[in-house]
Structure formats: C-alpha cells, structure tokens
Design a protein around this ligand. Structure first.
Ligand SMILES: [Zn+2]
Length: 484
C-alpha cells in the first residue's frame, strides 16, 4: 500500500508527470474534456485491466444471487452509458453482496453497486444518479489516470495474489490487485466532474434529476461507519462537501423539462425481499467466535483481535497488527494430507515439524513453517482440517522473532475448530427488506408499530429517507420495513 501511495503522489508533480509522459505510451485526448492528457494505458489495455480486476472483485466479494436484480441494474446502467462519451466500452453493471453502501467504477466500464447501496436507494432515478456518477469516473478516465505503473505491471502479469502479504495487506483482501483498485480516491475536482456527467446522462435518459440529491444526503447521514465489511463506506471514498451538494441543487434548479421519470414503485418492487445488513447464513461472529450455519463449524479467535468475514476467507489481525490468522477452504485438495503436502512443498517455504492430529474429532495435519517475504522472515503454523467433506486451511503467521509470543494463541485457535449443533446458530436467518404500502398518513413511529422492524427507529428513518420518527408518511406510499 505504501508504495502505491508514493507512486501516486509523485505522478501528481509536474516534472514527474512530464517524465512519465516521455517514458510511457504518451498522451491521449480525454473523451470528456477533449483536452490532451497524460495516458499510461491505451483503451484496449484499460478494458483488459478492468475486466481482470472485475473478475477478482466478483470473486472476492461475491455477487448478489438474484438474476432479475442483476439484469435490472445492467439495463438501467447500460441505457445511461449509451448517453455517455464512451458508448463503445463493454459496460457491465453488477451488485456485489456487501452490506456497506457504496459504488465503484473500474477502468474500462466495469461498475459495481453494493447490496448496501441497493438497500438505501429509493427510486430508479436515484439508482441512475449513482450509476451515472460512476459512469462519469470511467468516461472522464479518472479510474485510468489513478493506476500507477507498478499496478499496471502487476495486472499485466496477472499477479493477482501474494502468498504472504503483510498483516495489514492481508486484512481486507488488499493483496488482490483488483481489490486495490476499489480503494482509489479521485479527488475533489474529479468528484465534481463525475457529479456533472452523471447528472447529464440521467437527464438525457429522462430521469427525475431534481430528487437525486436525496440519495447523496442519505449517504451523508449514514456517515463513515463501514462495519465489518471489506469495503470503505461511500463517505470514505467520496468526502462530503457542502459545495458539491449546493452545486447539485443549483443544477437541479435549472431543469425545466417535464415530465421526468422517478420510478419509485418499480425500484422498490425490485428490492423487496433483498437481504439487509450482514447475511449470517454466510457465517457470522459472536464476539471472537466465528460460526458458520451452512458449513456447520465454529472457530474461536483470541479476545481483542480484529476479525473479518469475507466470501473467501475469515481473517483475524492481532491488536498490535503483527500477527495474522486466516481461515480458507483448501481448494482442490483431496483431504488434509494432500492439502498439507501441497502447502509445505511450495517454493520459498521452509517446512518445519508437521504431523497428523485430531482436532475435536476431525482429522487434521498441523505443521510449522518459515518463509522469506519482502517484509523479512515470517514464521507460522498451518493446519489442514477435514470437516463435512471439505478441507479447511488455517494459516497463522508473524515475523519470525515474534513467533514464540504468538505460538500458543495460534494453537488455541487451530484446536478450537469444532462442529456446531446449536439450532439457534443452524437456523439463523438474515434480515430482509419488506416493502409495504401506507394505508393512511401516519408518523414513522406509528408505521413502525403497525409494521414492526428489527432495526432501531433512527436507522429506519434513514432507510425511508425521512427526518425522524415524528415525520409523517403520506398515504398510499411504499415504505421499507426490515424484518426477519
Ligand atoms: Zn465518485
């Protein structure tokens, strides 16, 4: 990460930019501004980078399994992109299964909405506002100009994963280059430009742009909290700036065209039943204990460690950030011994003592290793545990000189792996959005008494885009309830 930041900062400098221009592919015309601009990548390269990164993102975060919803977002997005300066790109719009409200644009026209963002959006016009903004980042080539030469080299070589990333990198799946592209921030001018572009695409498609700032206001109310997700919140990647909101309102005031389409009922019908918040069916933490109802296992992490549940891994980071544990499936392995053999025979890895073990009745192989990494020599333990027809890999490592300090914690976690039989865990259900119509004018508090939600009233107010529990909801309007 440090290297990426340094490269980006240098590229901002005038002299450095000029030098880079000489060294690299050269300059290209920006499709939006028409001005010549430093371009490290051709359009074909841009598409290739985006495609590869999009695959990693989809794999790391997982897509929402709702084909109708995916097609709907693709249709709305593709219509907007057709209005853009780069209609020829392979525009792809997907919803990833992450509860944090956010949206991302990858180079080449690959755009992701999170499930958390879909939960919050109130109409098709708001969806168009967010998608249009992200399309703007692509058409104005913001996402391309942020790619450093180092990343380009990595992407080109297809170096997607690193065996032992540093503690902070491995936390959040940041070792994946494609994932790193999600963490780019574009700067104030680029955000303003993306706002303007998104606005014009949406207006050309006939959307009610005058109510678009509602979703941006909602995102501001939610603030920076990004929970346990791998992703930063919208607010973290799009800093709130009063002048941006004011500019959006001023733009909206100039619109005289009518009628424009809001698409509220159509949108809400699409998200009726969508999971809200974390989906515990995909595993969840209760304190330091990770429980998986589908795979029927538990594993206990030490008190005070930061934990994270990602689609492909469960991570835990020591409080001092100098030790990492990671639980994954040992893909393609025929049992614990086979998985262990493959792991310990990796190049660059020095295997230590290893042997067969019994982990709470589950056959396992547990062993020690050392490895030379860019950050120095690391030492750790690797365990391969058979359970329910699958083989799990638990990897634990720290700088070699700290290993003695962490060894007993590593062992305790590995040997805590056990079956889960508690029906309360096995039958846990996610919260879902339920769309119901108000029968008469009523306050949000009244509405909540009539249709109880499992979330607190302030959260329900944000979700339904009203001020507070005393706000009056008009009759005959679809509103959101969160139920189990
Ligand atoms: Zn943006």
């Amino acid at each position: 990460m440090a290297e990426r930041v340094r490269l980006r900062r240098r590229a901002r400098g005038c002299a450095a930019a000029a030098l880079a221009c000489v060294l690299a592919a050269g300059c290209a015309v920006n499709p939006v501004t028409g001005r010549r601009q430093l371009a490290l990548v051709s359009e074909a390269q841009e598409i290739q980078i985006g495609q590869q990164a999009a695959q990693e993102v989809a794999q790391q975060l997982g897509l929402v399994e709702d084909e109708a919803l995916q097609q709907y977002v693709q249709r709305v997005g593709a219509q907007l992109a057709r209005e853009s300066e780069r209609p020829q790109l392979p525009w792809t719009f997907r919803v990833v299964d992450d509860p944090t409200p956010n949206a991302f644009a990858l180079p080449g026209g690959f755009i992701f909405m999170t499930r958390g963002m879909m939960n919050l959006i109130d109409s098709e016009a708001e969806l168009a506002a967010i998608l249009g903004h992200e399309i703007g980042h692509v058409t104005a080539r913001h996402s391309v100009s942020q790619i450093s030469r180092g990343q380009l080299a990595q992407l080109g070589l297809g170096v997607g994963s690193i065996l032992f990333p540093s503690a902070a990198q491995s936390f959040g799946g940041l070792a994946q280059t494609g994932m790193q592209l999600l963490f780019l921030s574009y700067g104030r001018n680029a955000e303003r430009q993306a706002d303007e572009l998104g606005f014009s695409y949406a207006l050309r498609e006939g959307y009610e742009v005058r109510e678009m700032d509602d979703i941006f206001a909602t995102l501001m109310r939610i603030g920076e909290s990004s929970g346990r997700s791998a992703l930063p919140s919208w607010m973290a990647s799009h800093p709130a700036e009063p002048e941006r909101i004011a500019a959006a309102q001023a733009r909206a005031d100039t619109v005289t065209r009518a009628p424009l389409e809001l698409g509220r009922d159509a949108y809400l019908a699409r998200i009726d039943g969508l999971v809200y918040g974390d989906d515990p069916r995909q595993g969840f933490f209760r304190g330091g204990v990770f429980l998986h109802p589908e795979l029927r296992f538990r594993i206990d992490f030490p008190q005070g460690w930061r934990t994270q549940n990602l689609p492909q891994a469960v991570n835990a980071l020591a409080p001092r950030q100098d030790a990492v544990m990671q639980l994954t499936l040992a893909q393609g392995a025929a049992g614990a011994e086979d998985a262990a053999r493959r792991f310990f025979s990796q190049q660059g890895l020095r295997p230590g003592q290893a042997g067969r073990q019994n982990v709470n009745g589950n056959p396992a192989v547990v062993g020690y290793f050392q490895a030379q990494t860019q950050q120095g020599v690391i030492a750790g333990m690797a365990a391969f545990i058979e359970h329910g027809g699958r083989t799990y890999q638990v990897l634990a490592y720290t700088p070699a000189q700290r290993f003695r300090q962490y060894e007993s914690a590593f062992r305790q976690v590995i040997f805590s792996f056990d079956d889960v039989n508690d029906p309360a865990v096995l039958n846990v259900r996610p919260n879902r959005i339920d769309v119901v119509r108000t029968t008469r004018p009523m306050t949000l508090a009244d509405f909540n008494r009539q249709h109880p939600s499992v979330i607190p009233l302030p959260e329900l107010a944000i979700l339904n885009q009203v001020e507070n529990e005393n706000s009056v909801l008009p009759a005959g309007q679809w509103k959101r309830v969160v139920s189990q």
